[in-house]
Ligand binder design. Structure first.
Ligand SMILES: *Cc1c(COP(=O)(O)O)cnc(C)c1O
Length: 442
């Protein structure tokens, strides 16, 4: 085989990248925020566009030499606007968290009140998580949660809004399996005069294909990452809708200024090129089929897991992800299940469930289907995956995190090592690898 430049120049790094590539090929990714960008997207990201400084916006850059880069960025902007049917798009945010900070910076004075879904209820850190985040430190954050049926508690959302009068309601989820009611959220925002910001980072692919209701008729501003269900490069976009323009005609200006110079310097034009081509991919029939299949696959996981007695938060899913609840076995069990699954080559993440008292050692596991669907897996394969999950859960049914705080970490380390060497886990890992061999990563 021919040696690559990286291999000749930096073998140490080359080897690490090779190993990670192999890991991605040999393991099943059920982390719902992960996906595989297409070769075209990766080609754009690795292109010469990475070399160019382009602070500013098309036609008003602070650096010379941007005639072509302007066209690249305008292409991404045009595709984003057309795909969503909105009058404004900013494609420069480095990622989802900076984009949310930029939206807050644009729409609310520091110290004013913002409202979002709590992290423990499936919201994102940037939606006002207290103390440790930008959104919770520089703003007065109010957090709503879930009702007893594990669905968004819109009544609580409304009463908290009336009580605290937030200037922004940011509405979106990272660990929530059900459809979001944008209309209801907008009514609540209107009642107190707040901006409604829809964060569709997780569900953007489903929104594009109409498999989840679109926030475009209701939200004033929409934010999404580009590397999750969209399958683009790491990055984010901010959109302003017609509704947003009607509420505040200066929204585009405010957001442009908040992104650059407010929070960012030179945009990553290589990533923007990747966003442009992923937005083109999202218009194809292939993407439409992928998006449908993401949901069908999640449904297949749901029915198989339920049939085998695994508890699911809210009883199932309407989108691309499920949260498995092991709190009845013991508190903190999700931590052990995720570690054991990882040893078996099934990569998911631990996740808090409503009954959790310690967020560092949660009792749930979050699984999602975008990545496996991109590899071409369908319902039949999901049945196999669900079967392996159930087997792993059965293997560790008597394992329990120790109560004492100091003992937890050492127990987990010992448990991981034990799982790596468990012959039953080995058998599953080999079956996983065989299945993966039939579905190469792009
Ligand atoms: C992933 C995510 C983000 C943050 O994106 P990063 O690119 O990881 O910074 C923000 N909001 C939601 C709802 C997300 O799921």
């Amino acid at each position: 085989m021919e040696h690559t430049t990286l291999q000749i120049q930096d073998l140490e790094l080359f080897d690490l990248i090779e190993r990670e590539t192999r890991r991605q090929q040999d393991e099943i990714t059920l982390i719902p925020s992960e996906n595989y960008a297409s070769p075209a997207v990766r080609e754009a990201v690795a292109s010469a566009l990475a070399n160019k400084y382009a602070e500013g916006y098309a036609g008003r850059r602070y650096y010379e030499g941007n005639d072509i880069v302007d066209q690249v960025e305008l292409l991404a902007v045009k595709r984003a606007k057309e795909l969503f049917g909105v009058p404004y798009a900013n494609v420069q945010p480095y990622s989802g968290s900076p984009a949310n900070s930029e939206i807050f910076f644009a729409l609310a004075e520091p110290g004013s009140t913002v409202m979002g879904l709590a992290l423990s209820s499936g919201g994102h850190l940037t939606h006002g998580h207290p103390k440790v985040t930008f959104s919770g430190k520089y703003y007065k954050a109010v957090q709503f949660g879930l009702a007893s049926d594990a669905r968004i508690d819109y009544d609580q959302m409304a009463s908290l809004a009336r009580e605290h009068k937030p200037s922004i309601i940011i509405f979106g989820t990272t660990a929530y399996s059900f459809t979001l009611d944008w209309k209801r959220a907008r009514e609540i925002a209107d009642e107190v005069g707040a901006y409604l910001v829809a964060d569709i980072s997780h569900i953007i692919g489903l929104v594009i294909t109409g498999d989840h209701p679109s926030p475009v008729p209701y939200a004033h501003v929409i934010m999404s990452t580009t590397h999750k269900t969209l399958r683009g490069p790491r990055g984010a976009i901010i959109l302003v809708t017609e509704e947003g323009l009607q509420k505040d005609g200066d929204l585009p200006k405010k957001i442009d200024a908040a992104v650059m110079p407010g929070m960012q310097g030179g945009p990553h034009e290589n990533a923007i090129a990747g966003i442009a081509t992923s937005l083109l991919e999202a218009t194809t029939d292939e993407f439409k089929q992928y998006s449908r299949q993401v949901i069908l696959n999640a449904k297949a996981l749901e029915s198989e897991l339920r049939a085998k007695g695994i508890e699911l938060i809210g009883g199932g899913t309407e989108n691309h992800l499920l949260v498995l609840d092991f709190s009845k076995q013991s508190l903190g069990k999700g931590t052990l299940v995720a570690a054991a699954l990882n040893a078996a080559g099934i990569v998911a993440n631990r996740n808090t469930v409503p009954s959790d008292t310690n967020p560092f050692y949660p009792s749930g596991v979050r699984v999602g289907t975008p990545a496996v669907t991109t590899r071409g897996m369908k319902e039949h394969e999901m049945q196999k995956v669900a079967g392996w999950i159930v087997e792993v859960v059965e293997i560790i049914k008597d394992e329990k995190l120790p109560e004492a705080k100091e003992q937890k970490q050492s127990y987990i380390a010992e448990f991981r090592a034990r799982m790596q060497n468990d012959p039953r886990i080995h058998i599953i890992r080999n079956l996983v690898k065989d299945l993966c061999a039939q579905y190469p990563t792009p």
